[in-house]
Design a protein around this ligand. Structure first.
Ligand SMILES: [Zn+2]
Length: 233
């Protein structure tokens, strides 16, 4: 049997947490996109100021289309900010912009988890294409020993993606910590606004946490299904 109700017991709680985190991120972003940061700076200006104060003068800031599409590109050394963040003067805009500037600072200072995360990208791209077909075929043939072996190989390949989601956690947490440190210190938001700006970043972190839990639970399910854990073999 390919379809297994046990799968939902493993994966459903993390799936629900992901849905909640995604909802919370969007709703908090939209809520604090309506609250002006006390400095009157746009997201792009706040990120620029944060980079300059750390003497990071060769990172470009670009405007890209999309909603919450903001990211730092370590290869091009460019901060790409969505229109609402780039041009917005809100708590959401400066919070997210400084978070992305935090990634640029991680890169410039050789922050180890970011390097590890970048190293894992090509491996994850490769293994994630192979793992699901192997697990599916393995589950289909699960009565035969070859089926068990395929599922174990699939689970090993899947563990690379799991590692990637786990390494992402310190990277994201640290980028937000760097943003939170400068927001009030450098006068981007007032002390009274600090908690609200942080709330936007905390919701975003919850989505990464949910993704990691989901990945771990998916791996545990396949380890269980292959008989490696839980004595099902
Ligand atoms: Zn980030």
């Amino acid at each position: 049997m390919i379809f297994d109700p046990v799968y939902f017991i493993f994966v459903m709680p993390a799936f629900l947490l992901s849905m909640y985190a995604s909802f919370l991120t969007k709703s908090r972003f939209n809520k604090y996109a309506k609250v002006a940061a006390s400095s009157g700076l746009t997201g792009a200006q706040a990120a620029y100021q944060m980079l300059r104060k750390e003497n990071l003068n060769d990172v470009a800031i670009e405007r890209v289309q999309g909603f919450l599409s903001d990211h730092y590109d370590p290869r091009a050394r460019v901060l790409r900010l969505s229109p609402q963040v780039h041009d917005g003067k809100s708590l959401s805009a400066v919070g997210v912009a400084c978070h992305e500037a935090g990634h640029a600072l991680q890169h410039a200072t050789g922050y180890k988890p970011l390097g590890l995360r970048s190293t894992l990208v090509p491996a994850t791209t490769f293994t994630s294409k192979l793992s699901m077909p192997l697990l599916m075929v393995g589950a289909f043939m699960s009565a035969a020993p070859a089926g068990q072996s395929l599922m174990i190989i699939g689970a090993l390949l899947l563990s690379v993606s799991v590692l990637f989601t786990l390494v992402t956690l310190p990277v994201e947490w640290d980028a937000s910590a760097r943003a939170k440190k400068v927001l009030v210190r450098d006068g981007i938001v007032s002390p009274a606004q600090e908690a609200d700006a942080a709330a936007v970043l905390n919701a975003a972190f919850l989505t990464y946490l949910a993704a990691a839990i989901s990945a771990v639970m998916t791996l545990l399910y396949w380890l269980y299904r292959s008989g490696l854990i839980g004595g099902r073999r």
